[in-house]
Design a protein around this ligand. Sequence first.
Ligand code: AMP
Length: 202
Amino acid sequence: MAALRVVLLGLPGAGKGTQARRLAEQYGIVHISTGEMLRDPAGAAASVGPQARASIDAGELLGDQVVIDLVAERLARDDVIQRGFVLDGFPRTLAQADALAELLAPDGLDVAVQLEVPLELVLDRLAGRRSASGAASRRDDAEAVVVRRLARHEDEVGRVAGWFAERGMLVAVDGAGQVEAVTERIRLAVDAARREQAEAAD
Ligand code: AMP
């Protein structure tokens, strides 16, 4: 079977990063987190300018082209081509979704999984992340920024999820509960999507 290609969508605090790492490990695919790449001092963080760094610290989205170029470069590497990937934090805009479709043509994506978590739970988790990580490690997690990010993210995720839904690629998964149980739900959704594709291709 061809390499597995998954996009994971969800609000910050929905457990996207945790689940993406677990999926990468369990399926042997590559975890691609644009946020991690952009924060990595030895990676993309070194090549983006001070203006982009300020945007990242403020929790504001970077320009589409910067992030699209970053993802395009990563998707073209051998490990991703051979093993497949789970994308975490991309696409965040319709322009990014269009660009991803072009980058993945002709094979396309297997499935986009939207992790659904009640807003109160997301706020609790983000509050926990702030107190656990200390003030300096994630400056974009400062209180006011979190609330602003969350409102913006709800719109973003809604639009991007709509883009995938229109193309029959979206599956919603309940993101509340034990980490292991959520991973299992995602795996069921991913495996079902792959089976459907294999049947359609026969
Ligand atoms: P994240 O860890 O995914 O929340 O990303 C941290 C920050 O990196 C975001 O607040 C943005 O400044 C930037 N970033 C990450 N992914 C994207 C993206 N797909 N489009 C634009 N900016 C992004």
